[in-house]
Design a protein around this ligand. Structure first.
Ligand code: HC3
Length: 505
């Protein structure tokens, strides 16, 4: 049983005061308003690339120095919080890795200015939250619900907005024109996030979305995330893409260049793992015992486990969608309709980033797993088809930029059911199509375009099969779906009537 040793000075770990003369004690104090990303305890700084407490810093350091292999005696999904963090070393380490802790993480003191700005933007957000909580914050305004071809109903949806840090604070290879950015929105506890609603998650006031896209200068009186995003954007000489100003104009090549860069940046901000991390972990596979533990789960237990993991992944997709230029200018009903019908498809495309074609495994729960791990789902045809899709797409070896724009194209589909303004969706899609063509042309890989478009109907069939399996599962375990599946999952893959609307187009 791991107990937290008293913190000891560690020459290798990032000591922010020693790391950078520019950082003052006040900076360190600022960061400490952000709780430990692993257990939620009071943090003491950025350690191994992630904001953690002393206990989790010491735990991670020991896990890296000792050759011990941790294993979970339960279902590898132990909750890790201040009180429970010492109960399961395996799950604690898994969470450390999932949050991005790494021996190779850049020291905070040597972070780029942009990354430090992003971190301080998050500090500012936390401080705002603390101020709001101190002044008994107002409940978020409920928003008109999603109209799935029925009469408008009370807002009941459960998708989107706040997500845990998608990127830890560590150096990233910068793509031209799309520098790494950790958006202050990407932060909160998953449990909270899953409880919120789709309409709430895509919600935005016109003014807010305008400030995101209008490229305004930094207004110190409005230290909101949007203006912070604009500040760091303009500071980087990166003029945020402004869909409003160019929405109806003929797309110039500059407009398409900016659109491409904006989509790629949104993708980088909202993928759970960086390519380098997945590469570094590619041979971290589950042991026979660990696979057996998954296979020993009952059908309903494994479905619940995967439903939670799938919902986590969807939340990142929803955040990505919100950042696609033009998406937030669509009416809320259409934003939700595109997400309900397209987010699973994007999850499956993104899954190919986490796939190792050499041993046909996918990164899941912190290690790489083969189809056999999912046996207790009792839907081997779906698993086989999903793995085949991931393998074949992975074999195309898309770059992150190509992946980013392709997933935007998958999402922005004017043929989806229940859309109110198809023409407007088509206008957004047209620019994304041009962006994909632009990127493939630039990379001299136009031949890939045809192959990518051929994958789209396969995605649709996979999602139809998934819905069919869910219908079967719900008949056997109605209570499990009703009481134990994340609200967000139920909204996404909804009741039978919604399911039909999702799969008839
Ligand atoms: C598709 C999948 C569920 C989702 C799993 C995800 C995409 C979850 C996010 C991880 O970061 C990456 C990942 C890896 C494996 C993916 C699973 C493979 C098989 C399984 C099913 C096909 C879907 C089961 C979901 C269900 C049936 C509960 O709705």
């Amino acid at each position: 049983m791991e107990n937290d040793e008293p913190p000891s000075p560690d020459p290798n770990h990032d000591n922010t005061q020693r790391g950078n003369p520019v950082l003052k004690k006040s900076h360190l104090t600022q960061i400490e308003v952000i709780p430990c990303k692993i257990c939620g305890d009071k943090s003491s700084g950025v350690h191994y690339g992630v904001i953690t407490c002393e206990g989790c810093k010491g735990f991670f350091r020991r896990s890296q120095s000792s050759s011990v292999q941790y294993s979970c005696s339960r279902q590898s999904n132990c909750p890790i919080d201040r009180a429970s963090r010492n109960r399961c070393q395996s799950c604690r380490l898994k969470k450390c890795v999932a949050q991005g802790m790494s021996r190779d993480a850049v020291k905070f003191g040597r972070m780029s200015k942009r990354q430090r700005d992003s971190l301080f933007a998050e500090v500012e957000r936390h401080r705002q939250q603390q101020r709001l909580q101190a002044n008994s914050v107002q409940e978020p305004q409920s928003l008109p619900g999603y109209r799935s071809g029925k009469e408008p109903r009370e807002q009941t949806s459960h998708l989107i907005p706040h997500l845990p840090q998608a990127y830890p604070y560590s150096v990233e290879p910068e793509l031209p024109g799309c520098p790494p950015e950790v958006h202050p929105f990407l932060e909160s506890r998953i449990g909270e996030a899953q409880a919120q609603s789709l309409a709430y998650r895509v919600s935005h006031r016109r003014g807010e979305s305008n400030s995101l896209s209008a490229g305004r200068g930094f207004d110190s009186t409005r230290s909101t995330p949007e203006t912070v995003l604009n500040m760091s954007g303009s500071e980087m000489g990166f003029r945020p893409f402004d869909p409003e100003s160019s929405f109806f104009s003929y797309p110039t090549s500059l407009h398409i260049e900016e659109l491409s860069a904006s989509i790629v940046r949104s993708h980088r901000e909202t993928t759970q793992y960086r390519p380098e991390e997945l590469q570094a972990l590619r041979w971290k596979v589950f042991s026979r015992e660990e696979i057996h533990a998954y296979q020993s789960k009952s059908v309903d237990e494994m479905w619940q486990h995967c439903a939670v993991r799938l919902t986590d992944a969807v939340q990142y997709v929803v955040e990505f969608a919100k950042r696609i230029p033009g998406f937030r200018q669509l009416c809320q009903n259409d934003q939700i309709a595109l997400l309900k019908s397209g987010s699973m498809e994007v999850v499956l495309v993104r899954m190919s980033r986490m796939f190792n074609t050499e041993n046909n495994t996918v990164f899941f729960d912190g290690k790489f797993a083969g189809t056999e791990l999912f046996k207790s789902l009792a839907c081997s045809d779906l698993i086989a088809a999903v793995f085949d899709f991931a393998h074949n797409l992975c074999a195309l070896r898309l770059t992150e930029q190509q992946m980013a724009v392709f997933t935007a194209l998958v999402l922005i589909n004017a043929d989806r059911p229940c859309l109110e303004d198809r023409e407007r969706v088509q206008k957004v899609r047209r620019d994304v199509e041009l962006a994909l063509s632009h990127i493939m042309h630039r990379d001299n890989q136009e031949s890939l375009l045809h192959k990518l478009y051929q994958r789209v109907p396969v995605l649709k069939s996979l999602c139809a099969l998934h819905i069919e399996k869910l219908r079967w599962f719900r008949q056997l375990y109605p209570l499990t779906v009703h009481s134990l599946f994340p609200p967000l999952y139920k909204e996404l893959f909804g009741s039978d009537t919604d399911i039909q609307s999702l799969t008839t187009h």
